[in-house]
Design a protein around this ligand. Structure first.
Ligand SMILES: [Zn+2]
Length: 96
C-alpha cells in the first residue's frame, strides 16, 4: 500500500507575469470608462482567476468555464477580463 495521498492542485495568479504580458503587448492600463489606471485583481493571491460559463459546442451550456483574469477599476468599478485559456498569458497561472 502506498502512503501517497491525493493532494489537489492549487493555482494562483502570478501578477508579475500578467504585468510582463501587458508590457510586452502594449496593453493599456487606462480604464475605458473613467480614464484612471488603478485596478484590483480579486483573489489574485490565492486562486487561479475566475471562469465564465462557456458552451461546449454539444448543446451542454455551462458545463465548463472559460478561465479569465478579472480586473476591477478601483474608481468606477468597471470590470475587465483577459483570457487565461491554454497559457494565453504565459505563466499567469502557477501552482502553489
Ligand atoms: Zn474606471
Amino acid at each position: 500500500m502506498s502512503d501517497e495521498k491525493m493532494v489537489p492542485t492549487r493555482n494562483r495568479i502570478n501578477v508579475d507575469k500578467i504585468q510582463q504580458f501587458f508590457d510586452d503587448n502594449g496593453v493599456s492600463m487606462e480604464c475605458p470608462i473613467c480614464k484612471t489606471d488603478e485596478w484590483s485583481i480579486p483573489n489574485g493571491k490565492s486562486v487561479g482567476g475566475n471562469a465564465l460559463p462557456w458552451g461546449t459546442g454539444t448543446g451542454d451550456m455551462f458545463m465548463t468555464g472559460l478561465p479569465v483574469l478579472v480586473m476591477i477599476c478601483r474608481k468606477c468599478k468597471f470590470v475587465r477580463q483577459h483570457s487565461l485559456l491554454e497559457d494565453d498569458i504565459p505563466g499567469a497561472i502557477e501552482e502553489f
